[in-house]
Ligand binder design. Sequence first.
Ligand code: 2P0
Length: 356
Amino acid sequence: AAEGQWVLMATGRSPTNIAVIKYWGKRDEALILPVNDSISVTLDPDHLSATTTVAVSPSFPSDRMWLNGKEISLSGGRFQSCLREIRKRARDFEDEKKGINIKREDWEKLHVHIASYNNFPTAAGLASSAAGLACFVFTLGKIMNVKEDYGELSSIARQGSGSACRSIYGGFVKWCMGKKDDGSDSIAVQLADETHWNDLVIIIAVVSSKQKETSSTSGMRDSVETSPLLQYRAQTVVPSRVLKMEEAIKNHDFESFAKLTCADSNQFHAVCLDTSPPIFYMNDTSHRIISLVEKWNHSEGTPQVAYTFDAGPNAVLIAQNRKTAALLLRKLLYYFPPEDKDLSSYLVGDKSILGD
Ligand code: 2P0
């Protein structure tokens, strides 16, 4: 900033979230309103999260953004929607010591610089838009002294990327599709906080680090336009599945949780296959991981692990506890031996889980 001019800064961090009841399909593309409710679990912020610093200064001539150190365009409609919605709700801000006094209407004229980092390799092919947009909206809201509740913030993050609305909270989160045309009731709510079911261990098996071929946005547009299964899923399957999932989460009922999670992942990928032209997000390795888990669960007579796959081939595996997580890791390493034997480069997070 030029001499004598102030810079106001805030930094936030948001983890990504993994849907166990999937969002796939919009009824309104501009407002990002979904065709069904979805439920997710927000990951631990130490892994797979975005850290975003927002700076505001009268010396900034324009809005600019850097992602992982590289400048990216802010011209996209979605970023602009989030910026506009937060600016609309900005309030007076005063810091006497620093001699800063910003009136509500001044925010319209002040430009922002945004720097966002993901603490995981973007090349790993893991969704980053949810964490990034949630963090951007939350941090921008802080700096502009926005006082809206989390539900309202989630509906702003939703306009950046649908799944981002769920990353406003930790723990288990439901994105209610809402009924209204203006999207004001399409918000995320927390079902249970991050302490509720903390025995669960989530393992992400990176199957391919390539960027996905079909973006979620265009993939779901094609599915809405061409898949008859999507209509059936949204109207008939998901409403009762959401109720059952809420019960399973409330009661720590891992058997129901795992069955619903796997079934919903498989139905989402069936919708992709039912799309014209068909969308293939999973690959042969993904299918082999499903078989491994299905066989294991079947042989034990009760689910040990749940699997779920998003718009890519990487497996998200949810184990009931540390003991099953350790067993799962051993099975994965046995059936899918890494070329590089140095496991430390594969495991992020709690490495002690494998034992000696
Ligand atoms: C989900 N996915 O519920 C589903 C499951 C991928 C598969 O939300 O167009 O990046 O920005 O609203 O949120 C990915 O879609 O799409 C997604 P937009 P988004 O997590």
